[in-house]
Design a protein around this ligand. Sequence first.
Ligand SMILES: CC(C)(COP(=O)(O)OP(=O)(O)OC[C@H]1O[C@@H](n2cnc3c(N)ncnc32)[C@H](O)[C@@H]1OP(=O)(O)O)[C@@H](O)C(=O)NCCC(=O)NCCS
Length: 147
Amino acid sequence: MNIEIKKMNKNHLEEIKENLETEFDDFWNYNILKEELSSDSSKYIVAISKNEVIGFAGIKFALDQVDIMNIVTRKNYRNKGVGTLLLRELISICKEFKANSIFLEVSEDNEPAIKLYKKLGFENVGIRKNYYKDKNGIVMRYIAEDK
Ligand SMILES: CC(C)(COP(=O)(O)OP(=O)(O)OC[C@H]1O[C@@H](n2cnc3c(N)ncnc32)[C@H](O)[C@@H]1OP(=O)(O)O)[C@@H](O)C(=O)NCCC(=O)NCCS
């Protein structure tokens, strides 16, 4: 599969607007994403295959720390390496901007996401009790300067 990673713009978001809830999971809100795309402290990327958006991901900068805000692959493209490409690109953007640590939070039952983060070097650093309704959130960190 030929996959291109690009900077995400508003046209990409408009393209997937109608499919956000059904194909990219229901917790990505169009209005929040739209705001994030125009924020100076955020950076968003898309994965494109055959002119179609098949995934996107974004980070937010706060001083020398970065938080991963979103990472999602279109449902019928999952487990084919798209998430790995997106996360690798986010890590390299963070290094480019000399961020020391990258943080994220993931629900304890989200096995695909936890495996993806561990595969690329993220480590558990804490638990947030009941962060996702009745599920705990795992806080994970990637230390950029070591790697
Ligand atoms: C998490 C997510 C982005 C991973 O994207 P993806 O494109 O499927 O990721 P990849 O194909 O690169 O797979 C990465 C690793 O995840 C693991 N993985 C992927 N799908 C999996 C599944 N269904 N079950 C178990 N592990 C899985 C594998 O370990 C895989 O690495 P490997 O193939 O080298 O073994 C995707 O599942 C998704 O969009 N989930 C919904 C949104 C979400 O939960 N985002 C994270 C919020 S914190």
